[in-house]
Structure formats: structure tokens, C-alpha cells
Write a protein that binds this ligand. Sequence first.
Ligand SMILES: Nc1ncnc2c1ncn2[C@@H]1O[C@H](COP(=O)(O)OP(=O)(O)OP(=O)(O)O)[C@@H](O)[C@H]1O
Ligand SMILES: [Mg+2]
Length: 320
Amino acid sequence: MTDRFETHSRADLPAGNGRRDTPIQMTDTPDDRRPTQRVEETPRPTVQPTDNATAEGTGVTGASDRSLADEGTLIEARDLSVYYGDDQALRDVSIEIPENRVTAIIGPSGCGKSTFLRCLNRMNDLIDDVTVEGELLFAGKNVYDDDVDPVVLRRHVGMVFQQPNPFPKSIYENVAYGLRVQGRTDDLDAKVEQALRRAALWDEVNDRLDESGLELSGGQQQRLCIARAIAVDPELLLMDEPASALDPIATAGIEDLIRDLSEEYTVVIVTHNMQQAARVSDYTAVFLTGGELVEFAPTATIFENPDDQRVDDYVSGKFG
Ligand SMILES: Nc1ncnc2c1ncn2[C@@H]1O[C@H](COP(=O)(O)OP(=O)(O)OP(=O)(O)O)[C@@H](O)[C@H]1O
Ligand SMILES: [Mg+2]
């Protein structure tokens, strides 16, 4: 299969204007597993983050000191609905997720957080009987368009899961894996080192790169998985409860790392840990039971002064 998905460096991303001039080119590859899609003609208004001014002076430290007002949009969902069989897991979700920021997704179990994440790299395609409605634009291109090859899409969207899942290979080969698959083996040593440095793991493993990734501690394994994900330089990094299997010290390490990564990557992280969302994210999206996106705003606003009473109840622990 020919890969016609144009490689583009992060420098090609628009500088704060919210839209690319040229959508990403994707291959026209038939994919029998692609779910049925029905696009509605008149989308409802998109939920955009509310004004940053409401976040000022609230004392929530998660939002960085960078301006929250002038970033571009990397992901835009328009009336995105997902069904497993007849059961609706996401309900008309419209949202614009900014680039080079950390967006946290919170909400009670079963509200569709993982489902939303899995739409972004089309991993839901791997599940039988999934129907997706609406649009999900990644850098201006609907990832559910017929001509999008999910395999190619996933090269631009890294994912880190709850349980660290290194391959049963050496530390080096774990990080080199995606680059080898893509045939990008020039300067491999340097690329592996760079990814391990970005993942804050290099200093701990540089003298034992040939050892198995499975011999690392849980926190180190998760940083290895992050290094593996970022080695191919994705635009978007998805994390589904990446620290929930880790002890507090390893969790703090992962949280620091997520903050650092947002300098270069757009990160969307699902977490059940409110404090974690408050610490690491610039924006927070709150989903509630039934797959509804209830509110999306700067993280400080969500935790200190949300618009929706249900969000207030949820973040203050009254339910969920
Ligand atoms: N593979 C699947 N097949 C059928 N239904 C599914 C599947 N995956 C998820 N669901 C259903 O879709 C809804 C949303 O699930 P999802 O896993 O997205 O929730 P979540 O918010 O990530 O929950 P949690 O916090 O427990 O991880 C739930 O009702 C769930 O039972
Ligand atoms: Mg989940």
C-alpha cells in the first residue's frame, strides 16, 4: 500500500489561526471495518472553551501561564454521536480542542470518555457494530471521510493506555518500533535518544538500552510507552488514564511529563482523578452519563466556577 498521507512536520501547523490552509492528504483505501456514518446537515453550535477571563484568580494551577486565548484548533467534533449496536455512547458532541495544549476529559464511568478518544484514532473501527454520526475533524480533515486510511491516521495520533504495555523487546527497540515500521531508520540512534529524553527516561536507561522494556518499573514502562508514542512525532497524543495504575511518585513524574509535552504536542487525557485534571490540563471537558458533553472550558473555570450545576456537583464530588 502506498502511503500518500503527506508527512508534515509540526512546523507546518498553523500558528494560532485555528485552521490549516491545506487539509492533511490521506490515502483512499477501502476499509471494510469502517463504521457506517451518517452526517447531519445542520450541526448544532460547537462548544468552545468559554472566556479565559473567568479562569483568572481562581488559584487552580493546572492551566499554564501561557495564554489560553490565542491557540489554534487541532480537533473539531461536530455533532459526533457513537452507537454500539442500538446503545448510544456519545450524544451530539461538538467541541473544538486547541493545539499544543492539554485537554482533560473527565466524567463518570461509562459516559463515553474512552469512546471519544477512540474516535480520534478510529480505534472504534476495531469494534463490531459501531455507528458514528457527525463529523470529527483532525487538522481540518474529517477522519471518517471515505478516503482516510486509519492506519495512516494512527501514525499522526499516538496513544498511551492505562496499563503500560511495552512490547517484549529491548528498550531501544520499543522506541524504534514505529520508526522502523515507517521506514524512517536514518539517524535511528539519535531519534531513539531524543524520544527517551522527551519522555524523561533517558537518564535512567541510557546504559541499558538492550535490556527488555518489561524489566522496567511501572512508571518507567509508562514513560517508555510515551517515548514509543512520540518517537514518530505525532501531532496528537491521546492518553486514557495513563497514571491510574501507578504509585504517587510515578504519577507525579507522568504529570510533569504531560505538562512538558504540551509545549510540542496536543495532549488529550482521560482521567478519573480530579486533582490530576486540575494539575495537568489547560482545558477540561466534562462528559456526563448518556455521552453528553456538558461543559468545556479552561480548567480553572470548570473547577472553580462552572456554568452547569451538574458539573459543579460532579467536580465537588456530589455524584459520580
Ligand atoms: N466495545 C463495546 N461494545 C459495546 N458497548 C461498549 C463498548 N465499549 C464501550 N461501550 C459502552 O459505551 C458506553 C461508554 O463507554 P466508555 O468505555 O467510552 O466509557 P468511559 O467514560 O471511558 O468509562 P470508564 O471511566 O469506566 O472507562 C458505556 O455504556 C459502555 O458500556
Ligand atoms: Mg474509559
